[in-house]
Ligand binder design. Structure first.
Ligand code: PMP
Length: 388
């Protein structure tokens, strides 16, 4: 790795040189004609990446948690009911968040590694009165992926808005926001959008914007309030200057570069590449006889994989892998925190990054005394990658 380690955690990820170069140019005025064009263009590109041509994009300085906050606080009022469909740590975060705003929250959940059945969600929605429901597209604590299309359909049938947290999924996992009827899709810059941490991104549907405009009470969070940001987004979209809070100029220049790269790859091709990377990585883990946290293949994410340590192995494995040049992440879900590790394989990573990571995992496993056939993981992954 030429002295530089490969960052294979579930975000931040490895960034493209052109994206990083945009972060380092002299900072322009946030109302210069050139910056206005780039901010406006980034907002246009975001709708293409989310496949939501009729949506309202928002790009503001903040992390993914701000995007979660903005996505719900503008739609709920104290006393409203919300349904949280949770498959882990980040699903549960919506419960905390919504409760803070005086919303009555009901949670539908499943054992660790599983996703709540559609029937469970339907039964909850049938009680009626839910203003919105939240779903985590990929919960980064478990690597479990939600099947968004039928959930969005259910939400529509019950007159409930659906907010989807795509922080660990957007621009990697399949999402057709407008076609599927997702009201808010949100993400952060540092994952498959492939821009250093610092941007909260979301696109709201016309239905969500109507609900926002029909509010009876002020939004309970000043920084996250669409009332402040909508005129700014609309101005930049119309290539006019505007101000509420100083935009992170260089991050937005980097965003434009990355979104251009994503659109150039094409969304179907990008989803397919992530599916291939995910399948190859899972095949490697299976060949090494390591168990995954997701309990079924159809709910295993393609952007990241959560893997149980084998019997007798602990987090010292990650230090061994790190010595071999690859940085992986430990556990996050409270119930299994010390029992597993997580590997990100999203953004612009290529086959060599994936094979290098599997090679380092094999070397680390040997170092901690785990017995397996050397090269079994590499061979299984290579077979998936070469099958195309
Ligand atoms: N949702 C998901 C699914 C995430 O993975 C994360 C971050 N790992 C967040 C929300 C929160 O994002 P941030 O850390 O950027 O605030």
């Amino acid at each position: 790795m030429k002295g530089r380690k490969l960052l294979m955690i579930p975000g931040p990820i490895e960034f493209e040189p052109d994206v990083l170069a945009a972060m380092s140019v002299p900072t322009d005025s946030h109302i210069s004609p050139d910056f206005i064009e780039r901010y406006g263009h980034s907002l246009d590109l975001l709708k293409q990446v989310f496949l939501a041509p009729g949506g309202q994009p928002f790009v503001v300085a903040g992390s993914g948690t701000l995007a979660m906050d903005m996505s719900v606080v503008n739609l709920v009022e104290a006393g409203d009911k919300a349904l949280v469909v949770s498959s882990g740590y980040f699903g549960d975060r919506f419960q905390d968040l919504l409760s803070r705003y005086g919303v009555q929250v009901e949670v539908v959940t499943a054992p660790v590694g599983d996703f709540p059945a559609l029937e469970q969600v339907e039964a909850a929605l049938k009680q009626g009165g839910f203003k919105l429901m939240t779903v985590t597209h990929v919960d980064t604590s478990t690597g479990v992926r939600a099947d968004i299309e039928p959930l969005a359909k259910l939400a529509q049938e019950h007159g409930t808005l659906i907010v989807v947290d795509g922080v660990a999924a957007t621009a990697g996992e399949k999402m057709f926001q407008e076609e599927w009827g997702v009201d808010v899709y949100l993400t952060a810059s540092q994952k498959a959008i492939a821009v250093p941490p610092g941007l909260a991104l979301l696109v709201a549907s016309p239905r969500a914007m109507q609900v926002f405009h029909a509010r009876k009470t002020p939004v309970s969070n000043y920084y996250a309030d669409f009332t402040n940001w909508l005129p700014v987004m609309q101005a930049y979209q119309a290539r006019k200057p505007s101000y509420f809070g100083t935009p992170p100029v260089n991050s937005i220049l980097a965003l434009e570069v990355s979104l251009e790269q994503i659109v150039a790859e094409g969304m179907p091709a990008r989803f397919a590449r992530h599916a291939r990377m995910g399948a190859a990585f899972r095949a490697a883990m299976s060949a090494l006889e390591l168990n995954l946290v997701p309990v079924r293949a159809d709910i295993a994410a393609d952007t990241l994989t959560a893997v149980y340590f084998p019997e007798g192995v602990d987090a010292s494995l990650l230090a061994e892998i790190n010595k071999r040049g690859v940085i992986l992440a430990g556990g996050l879900h409270a119930e299994i925190k010390t029992k597993y590790f997580r590997v990100g394989h999203m953004g612009s990573i290529n086959q060599s990054d994936l094979l290098g990571t599997i090679g380092a995992i094999e070397a680390g496993l040997k170092a901690v005394g785990y017995r397996f056939e050397t090269g079994a993981g590499l061979s299984a992954a290579q077979n998936v990658l070469l099958a195309e």
